[in-house]
Design a protein around this ligand. Structure first.
Ligand SMILES: [Fe+2]
Length: 578
């Protein structure tokens, strides 16, 4: 039984293929078309997924689409009557949605009648919940989707047991924790789609200010929350983001109202410097998010009496809040889908069909994130030979694994910056040791060096540590696994000066715990670094420079040449600048 999941005509367009309950491939369109957060129809992702699974279009039994235009129809009609622009947008969405079979046929240059698969609509948040629960290691768990907006809701919770999920509640439009965070992110002068994580990094530098106003902006309410709508515009300007074509990064209109400026002071323009006031407001934003999010999770744990929780939705990327779950709720185990945002809907919708619709038993756990394109040694070799590195004096060596790990670890320990390209690309926005830039965590200056030479990003944003899973408790105050970099823990105080580069200003690190089973080669690299330095940690940041993470070996080589990286490991090749 072959199920294709597609997130189309929405940010983070993506595809995933599930065969007999096992995930075979999953990838975001941005990795192919090189447009960050690309929307549109994920043709290249779909072609890749089917190729990876060895399937033709005719072999698909189901196509799962994580959107249900008929969900919350009464509420939609209510807004459509009040807002003609919204009504027009709905009509467009419906037209796009009904054209998905045509777009799929077009992708394979065939007639829509050739598609034998049945199409199945899955409501947005149920797809998020499915993406977290059905691939988690838990037989029973509480579930929470905390998000911006999808199918006219922002939040949903329930429980999962075996092959079934049960929905217990939801928060409908216009109330949304994700939109709250996005609106204040905009107010603070970060206007790009996906900038929320920058503000999360900034928050650690401030002292929460105007918390009383933030408690008025988002108010606790029973199991959920409500927004103080006079601080926002989305409820009367139109709730749907108009997703541009696949070749454009999504953009958002202004979401905060004049009232927010009246209560918090003037907005920051993007070109203005960051003042202490802005840092303090970011801190208050993060604190209020945590109060609501952790409060909801606490109630969920009390109600369900379950010890495990599965999380998805854009808010579930808030690793700072996630790291506080253990101390503030009854939950002892947490699973966050690695693509917790809307890319993950492709996996969630496919698994929803497999379990919830078809009633198939569970037989898969997503314990690593390497579901994207991989390349053979021969493809790597050809890419190296065709690239400029062989002409511009770089030294190129092909080495056996043990020697490669020793040499590479030594390069990192010397303070050099390493590009690291191995195996299949990561699923989700984090580089997890297959498309990473790796550096020495012991050098406090490394953060600045990386920012100046490679990443060209805001100085206040932290870099993340990858740690041997078995050493986690020795270096961090929590030891629960964080394989997908979705949890931030406090670094043990006595260890902070040993790994200053990936330790954030508040003493935390957004860690990736690396096991030998999940990523043997990356684990061996960190192990070799530990043997040479006594530190089982490396600094890990994504392999890119203000672009989607590199996917193909050619892109890795190109990024290496463009930036000032010192060395590149590409499969078995070690490339060093002379
Ligand atoms: Fe979503």
């Amino acid at each position: 039984m072959n199920i294709l999941g597609i997130n189309a005509y929405h940010g983070n367009a993506s595809a995933a293929i599930v065969c007999d309950g096992r995930l075979v491939a999953a990838v975001e369109e941005e990795r192919f078309n090189r447009v960050k957060y690309a929307a549109g129809f994920p043709s290249q992702s779909i072609r890749y997924c089917l190729k990876e699974a060895g399937l033709a279009l005719q072999d698909l039994n189901y196509v799962a689409v994580p959107r249900n235009p008929y969900a919350r129809l009464a509420t939609k009609l209510f807004y459509a009557m009040r807002m003609p622009s919204f009504a027009r947008e709905r009509v467009k969405v419906l037209a796009k949605f009904t054209s998905i079979p045509d777009a799929l046929a077009h992708t394979f240059d065939t007639d829509p009648k050739a598609i034998r698969a049945r199409f199945h609509r899955v409501e947005h948040h149920q797809a998020h919940l499915a993406s977290a629960f059905f691939v988690s290691p838990f037989e029973r768990a509480a579930l929470l989707s905390a998000d911006g907006l999808g199918d006219f809701a922002s939040t949903m919770w329930g429980t999962g047991a075996g092959k079934r999920m049960k929905i217990d509640g939801a928060v409908a439009f216009p109330h949304s924790l994700g939109l709250f965070y996005s609106a204040v992110t905009q107010y603070l002068g970060f206007l790009k789609f996906g900038d929320e994580y920058k503000v999360m990094g900034l928050a650690a530098y401030g002292e929460a200010e105007h918390l009383d106003v933030f408690r008025d902006i988002v108010r606790s309410n029973g199991s959920g929350f409500r927004l103080g709508l006079d601080y926002f515009t989305h409820h009367h300007a139109g709730p749907e983001m108009s997703w541009a074509d696949a070749d454009k990064t999504p953009t958002l209109g202004q979401m905060f109202s004049e009232n927010m400026e009246k209560r918090l002071g003037p907005r920051r323009k993007p070109e203005e410097s960051l003042e202490p006031r802005h840092r303090n407001l970011a801190a208050a934003l993060q604190m209020r998010l945590e109060e609501i999010y952790l409060g909801m999770l606490k109630k969920l744990s009390e109600r369900t009496k379950l010890k495990a929780v599965c999380l998805a939705g854009g808010v579930a990327f808030n690793c700072v809040a996630n790291g506080k779950i253990f101390d503030n709720t009854g939950f002892e185990q947490v699973y966050v889908h690695p693509a917790a945002g809307d890319a993950g809907l492709a996996v969630g919708a496919a698994y929803y069909v497999w379990h919830q619709v078809l009633g198939q038993p569970r037989n898969f756990v997503m314990d690593h994130a390497y579901w994207g394109p991989g390349y053979t040694g021969e493809q790597n070799r050809r890419a190296v030979e065709a690239s400029g590195v062989s002409r511009n004096g770089c030294r190129i060596e092909e080495l056996p694994e043990d020697l490669l790990m020793q040499r590479t670890a030594a390069i990192i320990a010397e303070g050099k910056i390493l590009g690291w390209f191995q195996g299949r690309a990561e699923w989700g926005p984090r580089a997890l040791g297959n498309r990473s830039i790796v550096a020495d965590p012991r050098r406090s200056e490394m953060k600045e060096i990386l920012n100046q030479r490679i990443k060209h990003r805001e100085v206040f944003r932290p870099f993340a540590p990858s740690i041997l899973a078995e050493a986690t408790g020795e270096w961090f105050e929590k030891s629960h696994p964080s394989p997908f970099m979705t949890l931030a823990y406090a670094v043990r105080p006595e260890k902070r000066d040993k790994i200053p580069a990936p330790t954030h200003v508040d003493g935390t690190g957004r860690l990736q715990t690396v096991t030998c089973e999940a990523n043997p080669r990356y684990w061996k690299l960190i192990k070799a670094f530990e043997q040479q330095t006594g530190v089982p940690v490396v600094l890990n940041t994504s392999f890119n420079d203000n672009e989607p993470i590199v996917c193909r070996p050619e892109e890795a080589l190109d990024c290496f040449e463009r930036t000032k990286m010192d060395a590149l490991v590409l499969g078995d090749f070690l490339i060093t600048r002379r």
